[in-house]
Design a protein around this ligand. Structure first.
Ligand SMILES: [Zn+2]
Length: 310
């Protein structure tokens, strides 16, 4: 631990110098770390120009397979707040926080915000699996709750409270930012519902169980997942059986993610004639999903295209 501290001291100094160099009279920005790009996007909506937010995990790869780099330990050390998805979404985080040696960022600490607090979780009855199985198995309820845009209300409310606690003088500015965001969110919800209303009740098979919140909000029925257990690939036998069932029951839509196994997706599509919609689970995982609202604009457009009558 001591060696780690020494190693990072020059980085911390560099950050401090950079901070003072670009201050230009404005209050120093609050440094916030998030575990995901979606949380980063929401903190930026509330914090505006008063925050500097970095996500530990990048958007463009499977969040389940993630390794913490030294630069990210440095980020944790200088952050006033760490915002995380919670549940079992970040199995790598405890070790990173311990390595950073910042007790305030540990669960329940003054600098810790678990964004799942106050969210009505889905699939929380999923039986808990052995801890040695594999990381990210949705053992505490489905963690992909940011994919219901209605949940952004509770998430940004929690973010607002924490930012205001750190900067009491700036509460009104944070609250005004959040109000503007919620107005845009409401307009988005009306737009997305309008686009997907014609397909209400449409059945879909997903690769990974990322979409229950999204599906519930927009009236899709997710009838099966290709992964028999979240994070575990199917055997050829279970895949063949699933394709058979899809065909027999006329399921015409397969929802994949950018990092889904392409040959697996192709096989199922070819065997069943289903259309594939590659939906984007996180802000930044596609260039067109640059912020939280753009993420839904893109996904709704792709989904409506896949569901449109041929
Ligand atoms: Zn998952």
């Amino acid at each position: 631990m001591r060696a780690v501290r020494r190693f990072f001291a020059p980085l911390a100094l560099t950050a401090a110098l950079a901070g003072s160099a670009c201050g230009a009279g404005a209050a120093e920005r609050l440094q916030i770390a998030t575990t995901t790009t979606d949380l980063k996007a929401l903190v930026e909506e509330v914090g505006g120009g008063r925050v500097e937010v970095e996500s530990l995990a990048a958007a463009a790869h499977d969040p389940h397979a993630f390794e913490v780099k030294p630069s990210q330990i440095a980020l944790l050390k200088r952050s006033a707040l760490l915002v995380r998805i919670g549940l079992d979404h970040e199995p790598w985080l405890a070790r990173a926080v311990a390595t950073a040696g910042e007790a305030r960022l540990a669960p329940g600490g003054t600098g810790d915000l678990d964004a799942s607090n106050g969210i009505a979780l889905l699939q929380s009855e999923t039986p808990r699996l052995r801890a040695d199985r594999r990381a990210h198995v949705h053992a505490f309820g489905n963690p992909h709750y940011w994919l219901d845009p209605e949940n952004a209300r509770a998430m940004t409310a929690a973010i607002l409270e924490r930012l205001a606690r750190l900067r009491p003088d700036e509460r009104a500015a944070f609250a005004a930012n959040r109000d503007r965001f919620l107005a845009r969110l409401d307009a988005g919800l009306a737009r997305w519902k309008r686009a997907l209303d014609p397909y209400r009740g449409a059945r879909a098979v997903v690769v990974h169980e990322s979409w229950p919140y999204f599906a519930e909000r927009f009236g899709l029925a997710v009838v099966a997942a290709i992964e028999p257990t979240p994070g575990v690939p199917p055997t050829p036998a279970t895949l063949a059986e699933l394709a058979q069932r899809m065909k027999a029951s006329g399921v015409r839509l397969l929802i994949a993610e950018p990092w889904s196994d392409a040959s697996l997706v192709r096989q199922v599509a070819e065997h069943t004639g289903a259309r594939v919609a590659v939906l984007i689970p996180s802000v930044g995982a596609d260039p067109a999903a640059g912020d939280y609202l753009a993420l839904f604009d893109l996904n709704v457009t792709r989904l409506a295209a896949a569901l449109a009558p041929r």
